[in-house]
Design a protein around this ligand. Structure first.
Ligand SMILES: Cc1ncc(C[n+]2csc(CCOP(=O)(O)OP(=O)(O)O)c2C)c(N)n1
Ligand SMILES: [Mg+2]
Length: 398
């Protein structure tokens, strides 16, 4: 793991000497936090929650300066990582599929603020930032993206298959919706072992009409499994707008007999409140659906410019009105928790961390050809495999 210095101990933050905020790249430390950093601030969510078969939680949310600074830092880091991934893709250092998460960062950080690493998360292919939220490092992320041995899946998974099982992250799945029944299976194991943890199974609006979702939800509800189905509604499935694909795009209501909550997914505090509420609910009563109203700034994947099926005005309107990082920046400034220049310094430092991680990841070698089939097929059959010209790649399966 890369040793990265704590941003707040840097001399460039004279006004924040004791502010220990959560950082994705540095371990959390609570021992020397000042009472100022832990001071409770009560903030109202941008819009009320809307409930289906449940009383929604309060709009007033307790937070602290430390938490808000942590949100700012972590979302800035995620945003920068995705923008750098875009450049690496264009430079052909990342190949294959690549789906970016910029715009949706509040879902990843708000969810983490409500749960522990003993809880589980499973998602689709738009997984880079979820991985960082689970404690993955930039170095492992960029190494994986560039197919290097140092990656979190040893360079064999690429963009869509990030995993971190030791902190409850079960991937990274390319088949739309497939992670939903898998997530319910994890929730079954959690209930079976009575460990009082829950699983968050994330899926997009494009998966929300699939049959497997309803089949998994039926069993999860029947057996009161601690499964939280999180629909990240970014309003498009590839180039198809939700209104063209769904008779009822109120995804929080689509569980019928299963309660649901509609959440402003661009507001990290609202996401935190909703996930806390959902975890308590799921442990007592079984599944619940959270619909996160969010937006992706990039196209669906790197082959989609993202501007043929939606207008540039729509994208810039969301950036101006609802951007999750700008929302937290405004809150920090309004409560005098840091100055605008402190926040710019954090963004500069984040940029540096990303550049350093990329440089280091480039040093990591490609996986050995002998690794081509490990963790893919059952061992011991001695099957031989080769490339298209029967020479290029040759490996005997272990
Ligand atoms: C079963 C299946 N069908 C189709 C595809 C091709 N595909 C990949 S992503 C996608 C759209 C999914 O959109 P959504 O669920 O809204 O997620 P988002 O990309 O918006 O995060 C489709 C149709 C696939 N990967 N798997
Ligand atoms: Mg979508």
């Amino acid at each position: 793991m890369m040793a990265l210095k704590r941003l707040t101990s840097s001399p460039s933050f004279p006004s924040l000497p004791n502010l220990l905020f959560k950082s994705l790249s540095t371990p959390r430390s609570f021992s020397s936090a000042s009472t100022e950093d832990e001071k409770i601030l009560t903030i109202e969510t941008s819009v009320p929650f809307t409930g289906h078969k449940c009383d929604p939680p309060s709009r007033s949310i307790d937070t602290t300066p430390k938490e808000l600074m942590g949100f700012f830092h972590d979302m800035a880091l995620m945003r920068r990582m995705e923008i750098a991934a875009d450049s690496l893709y264009k430079a052909k250092l990342i190949r294959g599929f690549c789906h970016l998460y910029d715009g949706q960062e509040a879902v990843a950080v708000g969810m983490e603020a409500a749960i522990t690493k003993k809880d589980s998360i499973i998602t689709a292919y738009r997984d880079h930032c979820i991985y960082l939220g689970r404690g993955g490092t930039l170095l492992e992320a960029f190494s994986e993206l560039m197919g290097r041995r140092g990656g979190c899946s040893k360079g064999k998974g690429g963009s869509m298959h990030f995993y971190k099982k030791e902190s409850g992250f079960y991937g990274g799945h390319g088949i739309v919706g497939a992670q939903i029944p898998l997530g319910c299976g994890i929730a079954f194991a959690q209930k079976y072992s009575k460990d009082e943890t829950v699983t968050f199974a994330l899926y997009g609006d494009g998966a929300a009409n699939q049959g497997q979702l309803f089949e998994a939800l039926n069993i999860a509800a029947l057996w009161d499994l601690p499964a939280i189905l999180v629909c990240e509604n970014n309003h498009y499935g590839m180039g198809t707008a939700e209104w063209r694909a769904a008779k009822s795009p109120s995804y929080y209501k689509r569980g019928d007999y299963v309660p649901g909550l509609k959440v402003d997914g661009m507001d990290a505090l609202a996401v935190k409140q909703a996930c806390k509420f959902a975890k308590e609910h799921a442990l007592k009563n079984g599944p619940i659906i959270l619909e996160m109203d969010t937006y992706r700034y990039h196209g669906h994947s790197m082959s989609d410019p993202g501007s043929t099926y939606r207008t540039r005005d729509e994208i810039s309107g969301v950036r101006q009105e609802r951007d999750p990082i700008e929302r937290i920046r405004k809150l920090i400034l309004a409560h005098d928790l840091a100055t605008a220049s402190d926040l710019k310094d954090i963004e500069k430092e984040v940029r540096k961390q990303v550049d350093e991680a990329i440089a280091q990841a480039k040093e990591s070698p490609m996986p050995d050809p002998s690794e081509l089939f490990t963790n893919v097929y059952v061992k011991g059959y001695g099957v031989e495999s080769f490339g298209a010209d029967r020479k290029e790649v040759r490996a005997v399966l272990p």
